[in-house]
Design a protein around this ligand. Sequence first.
Ligand SMILES: *[C@@H]1O[C@H](CO)[C@@H](O)[C@H](O)[C@H]1NC(C)=O
Ligand SMILES: *[C@@H]1O[C@H](CO)[C@@H](O)[C@H](O)[C@H]1NC(C)=O
Length: 352
Amino acid sequence: MGGLMVARAARRAVLLPTMLTFGVIVASGGLLLMIQKGMLAEVDTLSGRTYGARSRGSGGAQSGVNTEEDWKWSEDPDYQIIQEIRNRTLQSVCKHKTMPHSILDLTSAQRRNLLKHILVNDEYKFLYCYVPKVACSNWKRVIKVLNGVLDSVHVHIKMDHKNDLVFLGDLKNSEIKYRLKHYYKFLFVRDPMERLLSAYRNKFGEIEAYQRRYGMEIVRRYRKNVGQSRGDDVTFTEFLQYLVDEDVETMNEHWMPIYNLCQPCAVTYDYIGSYERLQSDARHILQSVGAPRSVEFPQRQAWYKPITKETLHYYLCKVPQGLLNELLPKYILDFSLYAYPFPNVTDKYCRH
Ligand SMILES: *[C@@H]1O[C@H](CO)[C@@H](O)[C@H](O)[C@H]1NC(C)=O
Ligand SMILES: *[C@@H]1O[C@H](CO)[C@@H](O)[C@H](O)[C@H]1NC(C)=O
């Protein structure tokens, strides 16, 4: 098979300074909370000798040819460590008896919400749990190309987020069960604070419907002097205050925790991609499901303004520490399961 190289996986132990080990306590309501411990963890990891992706079929590729980015993907030991930590944290947290072990353990509202967020592709037999603000429009584009609805991922159209897509929730129970058991399942994750900032800037900065529906409500609740506000001048701090008071299970999907959208304990995902490694992780997944080489994950749109470290620094450093302390427990599973460090808003960090 072209492009396929068998990994010679030597095991080695790596010492990690961590924010990445977590103690686990059970809080009220049976929700697991994890507390970060400053410890060293010993993690067995694959060595950097793993070339190429374990692909089910990269048909048509010249043998042994990997693009430069495939190479980088498999050669980056730090990223492999992160993936392994995610995998292990997920397994150890999900083992806990208070966590759901299948979609039957979810409440019907949780199940409905989950099935609404899983997209189905029968041709290549995969399920994708979409997370808004984590490149989900581009994945929907790719799925439409694989379904034959779009000619190419580059076609200039505004993305239609509902039509021509099959959601797991559209199917019968037996069909859902079959696909959850046999299909390749993946999702993409992103730094939780960066995702919230991205949602904030997009929705309150650009979308009038959100300004009216959410912005005005937020201003009414959290601002002493509402004045003439039309909901388009919500501050990031006001937005976070609003999130502290919202229920994670019913909040808008753009800021609902990834945990609640995709239920990674109830569904055993095969792969968790990172927004930070979008292109190479997407390529890995497309290879894994046997997608034709001609189908490429789209590059970022030229108009897209990524959130830089400086932007995140600017916004976070204006948020009171006490408010962040109240907010973080709501997103704790998104930080801990996917190994994202808590935001650093110490005086020292914020001074420069
Ligand atoms: C975790 O590791 C197992 C065993 O290597 C693998 O089968 C599974 O796909 C991994 N899961 C994720 C989410 O990476
Ligand atoms: C926060 O940032 C400061 C300045 O960059 C650094 O000295 C400090 O160690 C960081 N703290 C944590 C907990 O990462």
